[in-house]
Design a protein around this ligand. Structure first.
Ligand code: HEM
Length: 218
């Protein structure tokens, strides 16, 4: 009974992840057709797709630590869609840069990437995302066994790189990149077994204390 309920919650959360991840794309399409993409639509779309990719990347990274802290396993099926959508937005971001901004002029694309150094980090981030996206299916997960887990730990390199590219692209007002960077740092720190164990123990004792306080004494 409880198992069925958990499965229902997990399915609902997974569907919410799909819908939530598609909303920014739908808004972009709407704004394109209603001429609401500022006076520089290419730049606006580059920025929006980049921002969404980073947000989804951070959300997908947060799932494992949040699950291990809260024991709320129903979050697990949402991890994969969030990661895949992060890649799809990054792909859209790069495609706009290469195909729309530079009209597939590869010479110009490469010289701009080398010239604007923050785009080198962007390109590296994107290249590292490709193998994760290609092996994101259950079939590849089974085929690769333990190697799959090791490969997908690359997400912890990809996320900080994406945030560096983000902060470097903005130059001024780096509040959001700093916020995302701090969240990633916390998530990374929580992956260390020693810290994870101590943190989990502290959260468990806090929950117990709150439960005791909430229970009325007779
Ligand atoms: C070949 C790879 C990439 C190239 C050439 C590239 C290029 C660019 C450029 C030119 C901008 C500045 C846009 C502007 O304000 O005019 C930018 C910003 C940005 N990029 Fe990339 N990028 C790449 C990969 C990525 C990846 C993989 C991600 C995320 C996972 C990403 C996330 C962002 C973000 C968040 C911004 C800042 C958007 C804003 O101003 O709000 N980029 N990128």
């Amino acid at each position: 009974m409880a198992r069925n309920k958990n499965k229902q919650i997990a399915n609902w959360l997974r569907r919410t992840a799909h819908v939530g991840a598609l909303i920014p794309a739908a808004v972009m399409v709407r704004d394109y057709f209603t001429n609401n993409l500022t006076f520089n639509p290419i730049q606006e779309l580059t920025q929006r797709t980049g921002d969404t990719a980073v947000i989804l990347l951070v959300l997908s990274l947060a799932i494992t630590p949040v699950m291990s802290l809260t024991k709320f396993r129903a979050l697990a099926p949402s991890r994969r869609p969030l990661g895949v959508y992060a890649f799809l937005y990054a792909l859209a971001h790069v495609t706009i840069f290469v195909a729309v901004d530079y009209s597939l002029d590869w010479g110009q694309v490469f010289s701009t990437i080398i010239e604007k150094r923050f785009t080198i980090i962007g390109a590296l981030t994107f290249l590292l995302m490709v193998p994760l996206a290609l092996t994101s299916t259950t079939g590849w997960q089974k085929r690769m066994g333990k190697k799959w887990k090791s490969l997908h730990k690359l997400a912890y390199v990809i996320a900080p790189l994406a945030v560096i590219h983000y902060a470097w692209a903005l130059k001024a007002d780096i509040f959001l990149p700093l916020l995302f960077g701090s969240i990633i740092l916390i998530l990374l720190t929580l992956r260390f077994p020693f810290i994870k164990k101590n943190f989990n123990a502290k959260v468990a004792s806090l929950v117990q204390m709150l439960q005791r306080k909430a229970t009325p004494t007779t």
